[in-house]
Write a protein that binds this ligand. Structure first.
Ligand SMILES: [Zn+2]
Length: 159
């Protein structure tokens, strides 16, 4: 069996009055992500990690932000299509580990719901989806609440 690792990282700007989508769910927040899609930074990082592990291109290659097809699109659809792309190459997911960097709001109480949303799309168990959250101790763009970042690592198995 072939084992492949992949990593992904994503950033979005935060602005007042927009919806905050994270890990496939909407989180109550004064600020949300500026994006062509729904701006789900965690799902985008996971998509890139999956694509990378399968030796494919990045999320912007398959789902360009210049295309009207993807305007305001639910990132759960992008993740689902990404899972199809890696399945077509004969890969299946072993586990996903990820970290979200943001100052506000506190998201730990939403993590079980995010895990279950990602588990539902990827077909792996919720226990095989890890989501951690951290602040940057008020440092940098995340600390100033100007933006949000997520990183993800995945392991795939193939034939
Ligand atoms: Zn993104």
């Amino acid at each position: 069996m072939k084992i492949r690792i992949g990593q992904g990282i994503d950033f979005h700007r935060l602005e007042n009055g927009l919806s905050l989508w994270l890990g496939g769910i909407r989180i109550p927040s004064a600020k949300g992500c500026v994006a062509h899609s729904d701006g789900d930074v965690l799902l985008h990082a996971i998509c890139d990690a999956l694509l990378g592990a399968a030796g494919l291109r990045d999320i912007g290659y398959y789902f360009p932000d210049s295309s009207d097809e993807f305007k305001n699109i639910d990132s759960k659809i992008l993740l689902s299509r990404t899972v199809n792309l890696i399945s077509e190459k004969g890969f299946s997911i072993i586990n996903i580990d990820s970290t979200i960097c943001l100052e506000k709001p506190r998201i730990s109480s939403f993590i079980p719901e995010m895990k279950s949303a990602i588990s539902g799309i990827t077909g792996i168990e919720p226990d095989d989806v890890a989501i951690k959250a951290t602040t940057t101790e008020k440092l940098g763009f995340a600390g100033r609440e100007e933006g949000i970042m997520a990183i993800a690592v995945v392991l795939l198995s193939g034939k």
